[in-house]
Design a protein around this ligand. Structure first.
Ligand code: FES
Length: 258
């Protein structure tokens, strides 16, 4: 979905996000900026229907409006200037975030491989877009209905074994996926940046909702992230915290459907 948001489009960088409210009653939903067009003043978001607000968002048509959105929030992804070879790993709707990362790196002349993983063929997104901004795209599905059968972690291990010699890996997707990508890269001491997706409310460092533990210290993903060193992240705690409102979200969504 494209939003007309010229001031945000002007400043947005890879790794940053927005928070939107659909209406006066709407919760605040963070979504990564998947793409931007500075000339036309638009930003693109890619979302999955999870709760009531995203369900409502999906019913909007061209020309409709939402109450407000704020951004760009968060710290843009930073890679050391001496990084020359990167593997970007995206899982599911996380590919929406992996895409601007690959695009930004590719435009800097960095060698980029992309591994994009999906549950099945019907939810594959951005295949052509990825192909345009990387050296090699490995597309995998869990059920083998498209591309290579298996998980992104297997594909990553194969590329490492093939001697790709990456300087860094960027992993974006479901928390368990990011956790296991980090387990693959840890023995090689291969720098791995993950983009965390904790519950967020204000997005400005005041509420504490997005608290994550990184290297044993509390960090606020909205203002200090969302990117962190994956080898330092307490993923199990993040999974526990992210599940806090799951039942309530599903309940609200079902009530909205009724
Ligand atoms: Fe409130 Fe980060 S979202 S402190």
């Amino acid at each position: 979905m494209e939003f007309e948001a010229p001031y945000i489009a002007k400043k947005a960088q890879a790794g940053q996000f927005i928070i939107f409210r659909i209406d006066e009653q709407g919760e605040r939903i963070p979504l990564t900026i998947a793409d931007y067009d500075r000339e036309n003043g638009t930003i693109t978001i890619i979302f999955q229907i999870v709760g009531k607000s995203t369900q409502h968002l999906a019913t909007l048509n061209e020309g409709d409006t939402i109450l407000d959105l704020v951004g760009p929030l968060g710290v843009p992804t930073h890679l050391d200037p001496d990084v020359k070879r990167v593997c970007v790993v995206g899982g599911g709707v996380g590919c929406a975030i992996a895409y601007p990362q690959a695009k930004a790196l590719h435009s800097r002349g960095i060698y980029v491989d992309v591994i994009a993983g999906f549950r099945s063929k019907d939810i594959v997104i951005l295949e052509d877009e990825f192909k345009a901004v990387c050296n090699e795209l490995v597309l995998c599905t869990d059920d083998g209905s498209y591309g290579k059968k298996g998980f992104v972690t297997n594909a990553l291990q194969e590329l490492i074994d093939a001697g790709r010699n990456y300087d860094a890996v960027i992993a974006i997707g479901p928390v368990p996926m990011m956790k296991f990508v980090c387990k693959v890269t840890e023995p090689y001491n291969l720098k791995t940046i993950v983009s965390l997706n904790p519950i967020m409310i204000d997005g400005t460092g005041m509420c504490g909702g997005c608290r994550v533990t990184v290297g044993g210290k509390i960090r606020y993903a909205c203002v200090e992230g969302p990117d962190f060193d994956g080898h330092q992240v307490d993923f199990d705690e993040l999974m526990r915290r992210n599940g806090t409102y799951r039942e309530y979200e599903q309940h609200c969504r079902l009530m909205a459907q009724a």
